[in-house]
Design a protein around this ligand. Structure first.
Ligand code: SAM
Length: 244
């Protein structure tokens, strides 16, 4: 079984946007999944960076299957933005080279199409498809009902300086919802647990995390020296645990 550093080295060679801290968080969440409790679904695989983290995490745990949903032709819903970008061959090669193709099942279609025929309960959902508000909303509405209570949801590009539709959606519909608890953010990713109904203390913690997130977004991180950034992240991780 590769170490975290070995997984990071493999993933470093793969094109994509995921940070190492985000990758490690996905690894740990996939490792914690229990066989029989539900599967792992990834919306938006690109060339496999996040899929490789999930795959290695799953194999370090109980080898829970990962359904990797991506049309692999760029962004068919917003073609005028990027045009056609074919990524499936490189995705398959990267997954196979990383040795996780035995737990990764690609669904080469849009998230909405995949959800329409998907009947298995989901224990871990990673949302990293189109980041415009309406598309994240569609991803959410298509997949939220399939995530079991106690299941985890991760939304990429929802924290940090970028003003994505994904961030706006999550701030409105996840951090302020009665269906989640225990939110935390790792670099740009928001991680949260789905519940049947949260308690008042969970609501308070969601708001605490939301305003902590908004406060950190005011700091121009790129200008902060690296040692201060590293120490700051540690303090932030502690602050996020307060009240959880
Ligand atoms: C930000 S990239 C994903 C990055 C990837 N998770 C990584 O770690 O490198 C977004 C991906 O969403 C895919 N995509 C576009 N439209 C989609 C849709 N409707 N459903 C699912 N995926 C979609 C694109 O093909 C692209 O590969």
């Amino acid at each position: 079984m590769p170490t975290i550093d070995e997984v990071a080295a493999t993933v470093d060679a793969v094109d994509g946007w995921l940070s190492r801290r985000e990758g490690e968080a996905l690894y740990e969440l996939a490792r914690a999944c229990r066989a029989g409790d539900g599967v792992i679904v990834e919306i938006g695989s690109w060339k496999g960076k996040s899929t490789i983290w999930l795959g290695n995490g799953s194999k370090a745990g109980q080898s829970v299957p990962i359904y990797a949903v991506d049309p692999h032709i760029g962004f068919p819903d917003v073609p005028e933005t990027y045009g056609v970008i074919k990524t499936f061959d490189e995705f398959k090669r990267n997954i196979s080279d990383a040795g996780v193709d035995d737990v990764v099942f690609p669904l080469v279609m849009t998230s909405e199409e995949a959800a329409a025929g998907f009947t298995e309960p989901v224990a871990l959902l990673f949302v990293d498809g189109v980041h415009e508000y309406d598309y994240v909303k569609t991803d959410f509405e298509s997949w939220f009902p399939k995530v079991r209570d106690g299941g985890m949801m991760v939304f990429h590009d929802t924290a940090g300086p970028a003003h994505t539709g994904a961030k706006r959606f999550v701030e409105q519909s996840v951090y302020r919802s009665r269906r989640f608890r225990g939110a935390r953010f790792v670099d740009s990713a928001t991680i949260v647990e789905k519940v049947a109904r949260n308690r008042p203390a969970d609501v308070a913690h969601l708001y605490w995390t939301l305003y902590l997130k908004k406060a950190t977004e005011l700091i121009p991180m790129a200008k902060v020296p690296r040692p201060v950034r590293v120490a700051g992240r540690r303090v932030l991780d502690q602050l996020q645990r307060l009240g959880a």
